[in-house]
Design a protein around this ligand. Structure first.
Ligand code: UDP
Length: 243
């Protein structure tokens, strides 16, 4: 299948992706953009080829997760920067999984940057740019009407931990430490919840196992070098065979 034959109209444009409807009402196409944003879009940039790298990385990681029993919205990679996905209603929670303290966790709680956490931390953030994506509790999710169902929230946490365990093992075998990452989930018509959105160096932090060199969007956030070179290195490691 190819993009041109399937695509109908643009439904939405976000910071990193455009979403299109398709000739099949149950399927959408996600287009990965070259734009880079950080600090709630206060810092903006563009890197030629970044979208294509994230498209390939997301496709490979969703395939890996599917192989390991995680249901995702991913159907197939159509071309260099488009993927075909099941249409879901996105749950407005950013599920953040952390193995190591850094970023907003270190800042908010004064925890030393780089400290290995004693257990895997799963946090919920309310997906709302106007409010700056605030951290929320289970009760906040219910007050906000995101869900009234505690089982749904427990499912998000369980899936997030399973995904962390699969990805962490996969990356450490490729000499990358998975520091933290953000997931988004969506609901199908029958109420079931599946993994959606993307998994890429835009949404994860990867540190080289030996040097702790950052190979993710922090390169852009903190002006640490060439973003494309870092993302290419992540793709290269994903494609490398483990010994
Ligand atoms: N993250 C993301 N989108 C967001 C916020 C965070 O993809 O809107 C990812 C981020 O790349 C990191 C993890 O979630 O891998 C934790 O981010 P953190 O809360 O430390 O926020 P930041 O330091 O990026 O402000």
């Amino acid at each position: 299948m190819n993009f041109k034959d399937l695509v109908k109209e643009q439904l939405y444009e976000g910071k990193g992706k455009k979403i299109f409807s398709t000739t099949n009402p149950d399927l959408i196409i996600a287009e990965f953009k070259d734009d880079l944003t950080a600090f709630n879009a206060q810092k903006k940039g563009n890197e030629d080829g970044k979208g294509a790298l994230n498209c390939q990385i997301t496709s490979l990681l969703f395939e890996l997760l599917e192989k390991n029993g995680i249901q995702t919205h991913f159907k197939e990679c159509l071309d260099s920067n488009h993927i075909l996905c099941q249409k879901v209603e996105i749950i407005p929670i950013e599920v953040v999984v952390r193995n190591v303290a850094t970023g907003s966790l270190s800042k908010r709680l004064g925890i030393q940057d780089g400290l290995e956490l004693p257990f895997v931390l799963v946090e919920f953030y309310y997906k709302n740019d106007t409010l700056n994506d605030p951290i929320i509790t289970d009760e906040h999710c219910k007050i906000l009407g995101i869900t009234q169902n505690q089982d749904d929230l427990e499912f998000l946490k369980t899936q997030a931990r399973k995904i962390n365990s699969i990805l962490k093992d996969f990356f450490i075998a490729r000499k990358l430490r998975l520091i933290d990452f953000k997931l988004e989930f969506g609901k199908l018509n029958d109420g079931s919840i599946i993994l959606a959105d993307e998994i890429s160096p835009d949404s994860c932090r990867f540190w080289d196992k030996d040097s702790d060199q950052k190979l993710d969007k922090d390169v852009f956030r903190q002006d640490l070098g060439n973003v494309k070179v870092a993302y290419e290195e992540v793709l290269k490691r994903i494609l490398s065979q483990q010994n």
